[in-house]
Design a protein around this ligand. Sequence first.
Ligand code: ASP
Length: 582
Amino acid sequence: MSIAKYSFRTHGCGELNAELLNTSVVLCGWVDSIRNHGGLIFVDLRDRSGIVQLVSDPETPSFEELSRVKPEWVIKVEGIVRRRPEGTENPKMPTGEVEVLVSSVEVLSSSKVPPFEIDENINVDERLRLKYRYLDLRRPNMMKNLIFRHEVALEVRKFLSANGFIEVETPYLTKSTPEGARDFLVPSRLYHGKFYALPQSPQLFKQILMVAGFEKYFQLARCFRDEDLRADRQPEHTQIDIEMSFVNEDDVLGLSEELIKRIFALASIELETPFMRITYDEAMSRFGSDKPDLRFDLEIIDLTDVFKDTQIGVFKVGNDGIIAGLNPKKVFSRSEIERLTEFVKEEGARGLAWFVKENGELRSPLLKFASEKEIYDLNSKILPDSTLFIMAGERETTLEILGKLRIELARILELIPENQFKVLWVTDFPMFEWSEEEKRYKAKHHPFTRPKEDTLVYLDSNPLKVKAYAYDLVINGVEVGGGSLRIFKPEIQKKIFDFLGIKEDEAQEKFGFLLEAFDYGVPPHGGIAFGLDRLIMIALGLNTIRDCIAFPKTQSGTCLLTGAPDTVSIRQLKELGIEIRD
Ligand code: ASP
């Protein structure tokens, strides 16, 4: 469909081609660039559909008007499409065979000199781009990203609808939801001292929709989490949120695979299904991460057995500990090893042991403390001309730090290939995790996640061994989605609440409405949510999710375009019953 339909132009700039020779056209758009060759004047005119060259010479009445225009002015022109003279075609432009000989020009609006050129090949400071986002979005690559996002949203709606899903909107002004991040709160004017919470996800509502009998629900839902904006996060993000009744885990994963495959196909990326699956335990012990990047190998080697009777002090870890290492095929220098030691220390490690094997010889400051058997065993494990980095300590933390070291080594050794997509499910997440800060167990996903019945026996003796029907989708080391089957039996829900120390009245007060709904016939159900921004970022190979969000916040949570967050008037505060203290 022409972009010119329902408008006072006849064509989009990018729609002109040699089939339209001698057609008289009306075009509108922004002046992209101007080349004045004395006799002739050329103007590139840009609209959303693309760019076309306008031309005028002193003989034509439009010449003077066209000579007056400046970059980013908005103009309307009339003219005739003609073939560009031989030798002046531009094969790089879709409209490069033709130009428009302008007969009249109307300036619709002028523009100040923009603070940066509307050219996607120019590097512009991101703060400036965010402040003048409307100019930044004029750049064709940014426009393209947002159009792709629109296509993804359409495809998601089409695919899910075709599979019997109904899109239902859930409220933005609601009660706290159980995703475990900090809530954004909205004070109530009518009930002083009371607050709405913006949803961290539609979790409770989508489960209630299952009780209501919708069976297959989805929503492109905005979710709000007031977290410290580490890495590439936004205080609000969009989820493809899904919930299904009468399903098991395979049903949710199967549907998800088809959906994800279609999204990537829009970017001409073919993903093979079924996706690989590994359990959380395996992901942790092999890659030190619950979102492993499988574009490169470099797996963790368990050395606990080698050093089980060791005299090396730093390797004495007790029964719950682990000694494990990474063995990149490179002989690292002392200074490189020192830098990596600093790296792991910053991640919380006490230190980093190392053994270098070069020309068949083993070197290490620890060599003189190692037994003959240990040296023999190490020698059989370490690659020729390589470095074996070893860490020892509490299992989970040690593996996690090794996982980070694994990524750092891959970066240094340039092991990460471009344009590859390694997709996998991580399944069987633990039901609980230990919060060192709060000195208590917390639900790893959320307290409605269904535990695997056969692991519930560990609830009292070793809660970390209780596994859940919880799964994450990981692409190239990025978690792009996650979900779970949900508890639908009241006695199991009670067990989990009891274990988490959520008292009856607290449960009632926080999610009593859900528990009450569960008294009225609840189908077995489960679901998943995908981060739309992250999926698009990966599919398009962008460096940041901000490049596929029209109006993102900065890393420090501000909007440079509007100035949000901002102060409000005393009157507004009064109405809300709020007083600001320093
Ligand atoms: N509500 C979960 C989340 O936002 C997803 C799910 O369990 O479906 O992470």
